[in-house]
Ligand binder design. Structure first.
Ligand code: ADP
Length: 550
């Protein structure tokens, strides 16, 4: 039981025991013999007294042999005065009380200071432990990995690989670039949905360049002790610089890099500021390449996207048909199978690469359970739904939905190409327009962007006489953009405008898109067919189709 008590409780118990002991001792320390009136008078009369004093409620009588005490009222004090010297110490007990009080106060203060000291030591101990733990954590996390992943392990995303070739070359031969005085980006931002291989490709860059790879999830920056995020960022950069050329990979950078507008979070802000400082602080020639991944570029703080930071962006979309074929081939390569890869690729629209890997693995397990020696299409079909349910957010379109979506995206691709707006690739599943980096944009440029956002909705409405929910994201963007045009940039005739102006702008843009699309309808249906077959289209291919018609 004693062990289970806290240190403070132990101190209190020990000191209280000592305290009580002292009081008891002082009470019983009085060794004088209590005598009655008769005996006292006898001693007094016999002149045996050496000294006497009164300490209420007793009269103490000292003789050569012994000390006696008698209640003071019992003695005739006058008589005593005649016979001996009496020290009248009637108030001496008050002195003792005061002394006792001082002693007690002092003692209490002493105990309090002991407890405080003890607490201080305990806190110091906790702080030390905490420091130790966080050091252990950070040291553990800032150990680089040696990547054995190569580009051959990454299926599809050929365009992404191409874009990163230069970075690999830079990491391999930094001197070549430094001597030529070329500035390479310090940071590359990989933008795309989960499970498409953002981490894998960063590892492959490290593997190809044969440089150390520092992995850091941005979410973990802010999850540890308060104040640690910023410290870890600087530790991470220090280690990477020591081991340069090297790669720092920051996963889910939006966890710290979210735009600071609205709610503020001190911890996250401090971490983000440290990250910005570090990125500004090192030279391009230091040989550290920062690769970050996010699936939400639109929520990122603008400071991160500014020149000299993550100014190179690479979009990775969900794998299209051809990419799914490549991925399935890669995963089935070493497995005994008779799978019709094209067919499986067709039925897995919306799957990300990670889900395709799971699909092949589950099918192999399924075949094994059935005691088969070869994986067949039926095994894939048998586990497909399970994989679909297990993974989040897999958009799986049926044939009719695919047609609607192909038309929708085709109208956007054709409009964008016609209006000479750049985009990376437009597909049934997504469209990535390259965000404009120009500082000054014209009203016409903004209105053209607005038209692209409305084109899909207009085209499907014309073809089906119906509105569909797939326009949701583009409508949201169109509303924001039109609001900016009218309110922020005051591009209507009035400076102070109302929602009527925004509505008019959207209405007029819709009418213009209608007339534009009626002119481009052949191109739209060709691109739609192309999309149904290939799922994605590049600006170059769209231009080619347009050039064939016009
Ligand atoms: P992200 O970082 O985009 O969320 P990951 O790189 O973590 O995706 O991918 C998860 C897993 O899916 C990887 O470990 C890998 O096995 C598989 N994978 C994803 N993309 C690819 C790809 N392009 N080629 C091969 N495997 C991939």
């Amino acid at each position: 039981m004693w062990q289970s008590l806290s240190k403070n409780a132990k101190i209190i118990i020990v000191t209280m025991t000592i305290f009580v002991g002292i009081i008891l001792f002082s009470m019983f320390r009085d060794s004088s013999e209590m005598i009655d009136k008769r005996k006292a008078m006898n001693i007094i009369n016999n002149q045996k007294i050496e000294k006497a004093f009164i300490a209420k409620p007793y009269l103490y009588i000292y003789t050569k042999e012994k000390t006696y005490k008698v209640p003071k009222e019992a003695v005739d004090l006058d008589k005593l005065f005649d016979k001996t010297i009496v020290e009248y110490k009637d108030d001496s007990s008050d002195d003792i009380d005061i002394l006792m009080l001082i002693f007690m106060v002092g003692f209490t203060l002493y105990i309090i200071s002991m407890i405080k000291e003890n607490q201080r030591r305990e806190n110091q101990f906790i702080d030390e432990q905490r420091e130790e733990a966080s050091n252990a954590l950070s040291v553990q996390n800032i150990l680089p990995q040696i990547s054995r992943v190569n580009f051959s392990d990454v299926a599809g995303i050929e365009d992404v690989k191409e874009e990163l070739e230069e970075i690999i070359d830079f990491l391999k031969n930094p001197d070549k670039y430094i001597n030529f005085n070329v500035r390479l980006p310090k940071g590359v931002l990989l933008v795309g949905p989960p499970g498409v291989g953002k981490t894998l490709i960063a590892k492959a860059v490290a593997g190809e360049a044969n440089v150390p790879f520092f992995y850091q999830s941005a979410a973990s920056f802010v999850q540890i002790y308060v104040g640690m995020g910023a410290k870890r960022v600087s530790e991470l950069f220090n280690r990477a610089k020591q081991m340069a050329p090297s790669i720092i990979f920051i996963d889910e950078i939006d966890a710290v890099g979210k735009s600071r507008g609205g709610f503020s979070n001190d911890e996250r802000d401090a971490t983000l500021n440290q990250l910005l400082t570090e990125m500004d602080g090192f030279e391009e020639s230091s040989g550290v390449m920062v690769i970050a991944a996010t699936n939400k570029i639109d929520v990122l703080d603008e400071a991160l996207l500014r020149a000299g930071r993550f100014d190179r962006r690479v979009h990775i979309s969900l794998p299209d048909f051809k990419e799914r074929v490549c991925t399935l081939k890669l995963y089935l390569k070493d497995k005994n199978n008779s799978v019709d890869i094209d067919r499986v690729a067709q039925m897995t629209i919306g799957f990300n690469t990670a889900a395709l890997e799971t699909l092949v693995n589950e099918a192999a397990l399924y075949a094994l359970r059935k005691n088969k020696t070869i994986i067949e299409n039926s095994d894939i079909e048998a586990v497909k739904d399970k994989v679909l349910l297990g993974k989040h957010k897999i958009q799986s379109f049926d044939e009719e939905e695919k047609k609607i979506q192909a038309l929708y995206q085709s109208a956007k691709a054709v409009t964008a190409s016609w209006l000479e707006i750049d985009y990376e690739k437009i597909g049934i599943l997504s469209s990535n327009f390259i965000p404009k980096n120009s500082e000054i944009l014209s009203k016409t440029a903004l209105e053209n962007e607005l038209k692209v956002l409305l084109a899909g909705r207009v085209a499907t409405q014309q073809a089906y006489g119906e509105l569909f929910t797939n326009a949701k994201e583009d409508i949201k963007k169109a509303k924001i953009l039109s609001q900016q045009i009218i309110e922020e940039f005051a591009m209507a005739d009035e400076y102070f405008s109302s929602s009527v102006h925004i509505e008019t702008l959207l209405h007029d843009a819709t009418l213009e898109v209608k007339s534009l699309l009626s002119k481009l309808d052949i191109a739209v249906s060709r691109v739609r067919d192309y999309l149904l077959e290939n799922e994605t289209i590049t600006p170059k291919e769209t231009k080619k189709i347009l050039d064939e018609i016009f």
